[in-house]
Design a protein around this ligand. Structure first.
Ligand code: TYM
Length: 329
């Protein structure tokens, strides 16, 4: 059975971008693949969270993973920092990653721009740690959103380099994965770029109907089409992209037609979009509270996941250490 792996950073709550870009796919495949899903708390350290925020973030993401339908008895659901083997592989892979390559990564350039006072080398080697996460379980498929494409390319590069350098076939080259469809980029409601945790443009899985509706009704629009069948400007395309994710296909077709014959009313479109987002989020939100208050259950889940993940990670690390040439006296 092929191995699938993915992770989400432990900063803040999960939003619709995380859900449609990654989590929904995790939930769908857990019956058919050997699955590893984790909470990337080591990656979160790049932005220097306070220790209590760090733990709280892990607690939140674990609860929200479970509320969204991940089954800890079907997949290995674990916390990245519980797997020390990842850090050792990270060191080995760092020897194969070149400074110039890392500096050219789009996510690194973004972070430097956003936060010039905290350009730590953890940010520079962020993709190497991500490659270690993936390669330590020899994963073949990685369900992620479009923003992670370049990181996956680096994971493939490092897998290939390691195999070539040591003349082995330890690591498969991992592929980004979305059921044969294109990777998803969920837009924000402010008309600019992707939905994110820190961009202030997100809809979160814990949010109630009232708050979601308020955000959707405030989404940026324009003054409406004047020519039939004209291309949609980005702010409007974004609303249709969201609708495509949450609504029935005939709802989308209905509003598309209204756009094309210039009779569209953005108020109606937003009302429908809000209703359909609420329908997606409500059943998840309803489970989050109960799960996040059940400390015993969360402890059990994390321990179960850790044991499964360490078993797999230590087997791979043994192969990597042998390949590199480490030997016991
Ligand atoms: P993170 O925490 O930023 O995001 C987690 C997942 O959510 C997806 N995502 C989106 N997809 C579509 N549209 C959006 N607006 C959107 N926003 C977020 C991301 O593509 C991602 O799949 N580096 C990773 C975490 C990580 C990881 C890994 C992932 C660490 N190690 C190994 C896969 C494999 C990250 O920061 O994701």
């Amino acid at each position: 059975m092929d191995t699938v792996l993915s992770g989400i950073r432990s900063t803040g709550h999960l939003h619709l971008g995380n859900y449609f870009g990654a989590l929904r796919n995790f939930v769908k495949i857990q019956d058919t693949y050997n699955c590893f899903f984790f909470i990337a708390d080591l990656h979160s350290l790049t932005t220097h969270p306070h220790p209590t925020d760090l733990h709280n973030g892990v607690h939140i993401i674990l609860s929200e993973y479970l509320a969204a339908g991940l089954d800890p008895y079907k997949c290995a659901l674990f916390v990245q920092s519980d797997i020390p083997e990842v850090c050792e592989l990270f060191v080995l892979l760092n020897m194969l990653a070149y400074k110039g390559e890392m500096e050219r990564t789009a996510s690194f350039k973004d972070k430097v721009r956003q936060n010039p006072d905290n350009v730590n080398t953890g940010l520079l080697t962020y993709p190497v740690l991500m490659a270690a996460d993936i390669l330590i379980h020899r994963a073949k498929y990685v369900p992620v959103g479009k923003d992670q494409e370049q990181h996956l390319e680096i994971a493939r590069l490092l897998a290939r380099r390691f195999n070539n350098m040591y003349g082995v076939d330890v690591f498969p080259e991992p592929q980004a994965f979305n059921f044969g469809a294109n990777l998803v980029k969920v837009p924000g409601l402010d008309g600019s770029g992707k939905m994110g945790k820190s961009e202030g443009n997100g809809i979160f899985l814990y949010e109630d109907d009232k708050s979601i509706t308020k955000k959707v009704m405030r989404a940026v629009t324009d003054s409406g089409p004047t020519e039939p069948n004209s291309p949609k400007p980005e702010v409007i395309e974004n609303l249709f992209t969201l609708m495509n994710l949450v609504s029935e296909s005939d709802t989308l077709a209905f509003f598309d037609e209204k756009w094309n014959d210039c009779s569209i009313r953005y108020g109606d479109l937003k009302k429908q979009l809000a209703t359909d987002i609420c329908k997606t989020v409500a059943p998840i939100r309803e489970r989050i509270d109960a799960i996040s208050n059940d400390a015993d259950y969360l402890r059990k889940v994390a321990a179960l996941g850790r044991d499964k993940a360490r078993e797999s990670a230590s087997a791979t690390l043994k192969l990597a250490r042998e390949a590199v040439g480490f030997k016991a006296f």
